[in-house]
Ligand binder design. Structure first.
Ligand SMILES: Nc1ncnc2c1ncn2[C@@H]1O[C@H](COP(=O)(O)OP(=O)(O)OP(=O)(O)O)[C@@H](O)[C@H]1O
Ligand SMILES: [Mg+2]
Length: 508
């Protein structure tokens, strides 16, 4: 391949933040018409590296060459001018603006000096069609779910007509169907000669879409390999060891019912949802996006109201639409949207880990700061949170490490019923196994775990029982032995009829 095909080259890039060496010598290059995957553990430095290209950060040392020429990228405008478009891991959209306004932010078409809304919306419509997402250009971004936000981000990047497109974990929040659409778009762009930098923790996507892979470990590039490299080899390069068992579920004996949900209904959203989770059990909830899974668990946690039904913990009713009541009863929720709901971004790791426990301690009138700190240290160590120290603001943790903090705060709080909504989204393969081990420990200690996941192998690998939701109802229940990919999918696309909870659980 000739040099003329090289769009971009990075040599010996370094970047230090207070207390953290984020990048300690990274080399990377990107050719026309290739998908170059950046692979590395949570906190390895992937997002920091691409932020050097998008103008969000400037390197402390090292060179960036674009089209063979050394360049300084000091702002988003510099980056854009060089033909680089970036889709960030943490979204960058303005919630109160419309979809069209977000796509053309700062570049709105004008007519006689005023923004030409008609044209802007028509142009946005074309882009949204191209990415295959069904959303109105006039919808407010605030109203969109996380998958649609991602597609809007992609439409926005396409509107820039970039030569280099950087995507930081674009598939983390997408369903398999949406992933296919995204891949089709990426392949078309590649054929047009665009160079694509693609970050993912889903190893199977590498062979499916990638051409080359650069592996980053602890802020250094440790190798460049073809995308066809076997997965276990990629894992070894990435974490420095091999992973024996991806789903290490150990099933303790099942105890009494801890969580009992009966006839839970929210008109127009979910209907007559009944199930139990016992001490020691992991119950998975599978289903397509829009099946009502998140809505049900948010109602169980008191974050949303419901119209009919009951939620009980150890036989006692929990007041509805009352998060405090749910927490006092021992229910915890790790939400799918960690940034919006799970964390206080401008507080420290320690404060975030202590959010739930501190609340009960303060209520009891005593705050054991030392104990608090020791507990936070222990849990952060157990989860392998990569940070400069407990005082680091959560905002500056890598995406995967933020997720570990959300999980950690409930682990600290002695939660009896832990609800996990997409718990390993954005988590690297090694850390996933660590989270599964914690789930094992929790259930071994007598807790009940309810887990929503769109990652079917994860649901099948870690659940003792799987509930499948379709169209706001429980379409069926499968034991660990019955739960195969096919059995789950068959139920997930079924049209459940009105049944009682017990009939529903037999109805497959
Ligand atoms: N603004 C900042 N201030 C302090 N530390 C930072 C800042 N930005 C990043 N870091 C640190 O730099 C390291 C690399 O983070 P980065 O976000 O690049 O990781 P990543 O490889 O993208 O991880 P993930 O897979 O979890 O997204 C982390 O230890 C992170 O805490
Ligand atoms: Mg990242």
């Amino acid at each position: 391949m000739s040099d003329a095909d090289e769009l971009l080259r990075i040599e010996g890039i370094r970047k230090t933040f207070p207390g953290v060496v984020a990048l300690d010598g990274v080399d990377f290059s990107l050719r026309r018409g290739e998908v170059h995957v950046l692979l590395g553990e949570n906190g390895a430095g992937k997002s920091t590296l691409i932020k050097m290209l998008s103008g969000a950060y400037t390197p402390d040392a090292g060179r960036i060459l674009v089209g063979g020429e050394e360049t300084r990228i000091q702002s988003a405008q510099d980056s854009e001018r060089l033909g680089i478009a970036t889709i960030y891991q943490e979204f960058n959209l303005v919630p109160d603006l419309t979809v069209a306004e977000n796509i053309f932010l700062g570049r709105q078409p004008r007519r006689f000096g005023v923004i030409d809304r008609k044209r802007m919306e028509a142009d946005a419509e074309v882009l949204l069609k191209r990415v295959g997402v069904n959303v109105s250009p006039r919808a407010r971004v605030r109203e969109l779910g996380i998958a649609r936000l991602q597609m809007v981000e992609i439409a926005k990047a396409l509107s820039l007509d970039a030569r280099v497109l950087i995507m930081d974990e674009p598939t983390a929040v997408l369903t398999s169907e949406e992933v296919e659409k995204l891949f089709a778009i990426v392949r078309t762009l590649r054929e047009d000669g665009v160079g694509i930098v693609f970050i993912t923790h889903h190893l199977e996507e590498i062979a499916a879409l990638g051409d080359r892979v650069t592996v980053i470990r602890d802020g250094r590039s440790v190798g460049q390999v073809p995308a066809a490299t076997p997965e276990d080899e990629l894992v070894r390069l990435m974490v420095g060891r091999s992973i024996e068992q991806q789903y290490p579920r150990e099933r303790p004996d099942k105890g009494a019912a801890l969580l009992t949900v009966e006839g839970l209904t929210r008109d127009g959203v979910f209907h007559d949802v009944s199930f139990e989770v016992h001490a020691g059990e992991v119950v998975g909830i599978a289903g397509l996006v829009g099946a009502g899974r998140t809505e049900v668990v948010r109602a169980v946690f008191g974050a949303d109201p419901y119209d009919k039904g009951t939620v009980k913990v150890s036989g006692s009713s929990v007041a509805k639409h009352d998060v405090n009541a749910a927490m006092t009863a021992g229910i915890g929720l790790v939400p799918e949207d960690r940034k919006g709901q799970g964390l206080v971004l401008d507080a420290s790791v320690e404060e975030n880990l202590g959010l739930v426990t501190l609340r009960s301690a303060t209520r009891a009138g005593l705050v054991d700061l030392k104990g608090q700190r020791e507990a936070a240290e222990r849990i952060a160590g157990q989860l392998g949170v990569r940070m400069a120290g407990l005082g680091q603001h959560v905002r500056t943790l890598s995406g995967g490490n933020q997720q570990k903090v959300v999980i950690g705060k409930w682990l600290l709080a002695d939660t009896k019923v832990l609800i996990l909504d997409e718990p390993t989204r954005g988590i690297d393969v090694g850390a996933k196994v660590e989270i599964y081990q914690l789930v094992n420990e929790l259930t071994a200690a007598g807790a009940a775990v309810l887990m929503i996941s769109s990652d079917l192998p994860e649901v099948l690998g870690m659940s003792d029982r799987v509930l499948v939701m379709a169209q706001g109802r429980i379409a069926g229940e499968l034991s660990a032995d019955e739960a195969t990919q096919d059995a789950v999918m068959t139920l997930a696309v079924s049209t459940p009829t009105t049944t009682t909870g017990t009939e529903a659980s037999r109805g497959h």
